[in-house]
Design a protein around this ligand. Sequence first.
Ligand code: SF4
Length: 703
Amino acid sequence: ADKGVVKWTYTTCGYCSTGCSIEVGSNAEGKAVATRGVGGADVNRGKLCLKGIFEYQVFEAQGRGEQPLLRDAVHEPYRKVGWDAALDKMASEIERIQAAYGRDAFAIVSTGQLLTEEFYTLGKLARGVIGSNNYDGNTTLCMASAVSGYKRSFGSDGPPGCYEDFEHTHCLIAWGSNLPEQHPIIYWRLKEAMEKRKFPLIVVDPRVTMLAQFADIHLPITPGTDVVLQNALIHVILAEGLEDRDYIEANTTGFEELAKEVQNYDPTTASKLCGIDEDTIRTVARLYANAPRAMSIWTMGINQSTHGSDGVVGINNLNLVTGNIGKPGGTSLSITGQCNAMGTREWSSCSGLPGYRVLEKPEEREEIAKFWGIDPEFFPKQRGLAETDIFPAIETGQIKGLWLVATNPMTSMPNTARIRKTLEKLECLVVQDSYADVETTQYAHIYLPAATWAEKEGVFTNTERRVNLTRQVRKPYGDSKSDLQIFNELATRFEQGRKIKFPEQPSEVFEEMKQLSKGRLVDISGMSHELIEEKRGIQWPYSEQQAQQGVEKGNQRLYTETATFRYKDGRAKLIPLPFVNNNEVPDAEYPLWLNSGRLVEHWHTRTKTGKIGNNNKFSPMPFMEMNPDAAAEMNIRHQTYVRVVSRRGDAVVMVMLTQRVPRNMVFIPFHFFDCVNRLTLGLLDPHSRQPAFKQQAVRIEHI
Ligand code: SF4
């Protein structure tokens, strides 16, 4: 319908990591009234999912923050204040807490929702000015295991593949990834590729997800046992001589150790642990190893686990032994969560320093310190606490102040009753968010209203390393400011902040990042905002030299040549993965597995989509999927309410009877406040510190 659009502005979707190119239509009054997919764009080719179609509504949705708010104690009402009062108070609280308890007593948690220029600037502020080592991102809840697994296998983070690999592969395994709901446009790309050229789709997931319904083979694995299945697949491949010996010899180390470990996982033994029958294990191993090119994708089913990092390494092991890395259709592709989870990994300094540098290397600390004009000794020598360790450190009194940037732990963290008590202990909590009504604001002393998505300008990096541009569509809502402006204005309130250059314009920040990227894996030195818009996104690495030579596109794949991995010897590591069952498993008292995940209509804690009519209309309330046979045994009927109880707490939900879950499992979506995360335990992966959201035990009670 004609909505009176007089201008279309190019931007990139601000929800999931697919990275769709979008145009936002504005009417004569400058109001955003429509969204449409960009035809011909490399990623989405004119398509959008439900969230993208209604994304123009986020700007004026209910609950937007208009003005900074301040109060001295959380039981007092907020006072509306100006920006100077709010930022002066925040700076003085940071200085007071750091003077009294030490620099690391003030912690910062950011998000995968910021623009990359904002991440970089926040990193400069956190590492170079405030100087707290307890700085992390909410990406610890979604991508930390992928980062950790890539680093352990390849010597660096950075997904080696791309969406176009669907068009070249001959076999695809999706591990704990439900594309039609989580990444609908990536699913559409996969489906399009499968329609053109049939190849087997194998889905590993305890639920019969939407993707599992389209699979040629569905492996309903016992929760938390992916490593067992991976070891068993490699066992069969080696036992039958199906490995790619030439590739292994030229590109890897550790083969003998891996071969020895997988001897323990013959299909008979593995089947008892992971619940997949022996013949199916053998069939899948043969299909994968015999395919000329095979690829694996994964999402939270792997990452959100006590052995998430091992699960990623296991996928990499499988691809390395079959020679499937860096080849068209042969890859190991982590499907990222948030629109800019990759940007935070590359540039934010959460776990290190910008451009995939680490605090542990003196030469990398020196490089950044020199570039920013500070003393390298100001930097810590090793990474501080992850987000999931910051909250326990608040409990123990080690951390007294916390700044949350666009993240809502009262809904998103496991065991929210504990999070609530934790937040109450803080001497100062600052919440910076586009919406004033996020649940965590109840516990804040200072609220800073931030501009959202296309109210500002900058880049996102998507799942396939594509840097794409978000142009400003309209001015920030009310008196809110861009996150970049907030970081810059806060920096000027510190003596060290006044000594360091904080560029005002996103394009100037991008120029700084380009300088720091030269010669790194994440080389963006050939890009500019204008070129990115013209090309509808460019995949890194894309160097200055490539741009000068007129190379049209960035690099679609990493590790395409022999021995180009990021370890010193250029080889990838094959890592043995002994399985340790450390999950909370069902027992007589809590007899059912609890699984959680995402719905197509909603985004994260519904801060945005809970306010948008069409998204909310299709999915207005939480529910629990339950198997009809299990429900019949308990005399539970469809659409009745039950109490779900775990060792942490309870939640009341409506029952939806469905065969999508097995008899011994229930599933509750994670988006809703005071619901599934009252029940989750959140045991941590030892490598990534990512919590297990999908493997815990509950019981059902009638109410
Ligand atoms: Fe946005 Fe993801 Fe939907 Fe694309 S698939 S429109 S990036 S939410």
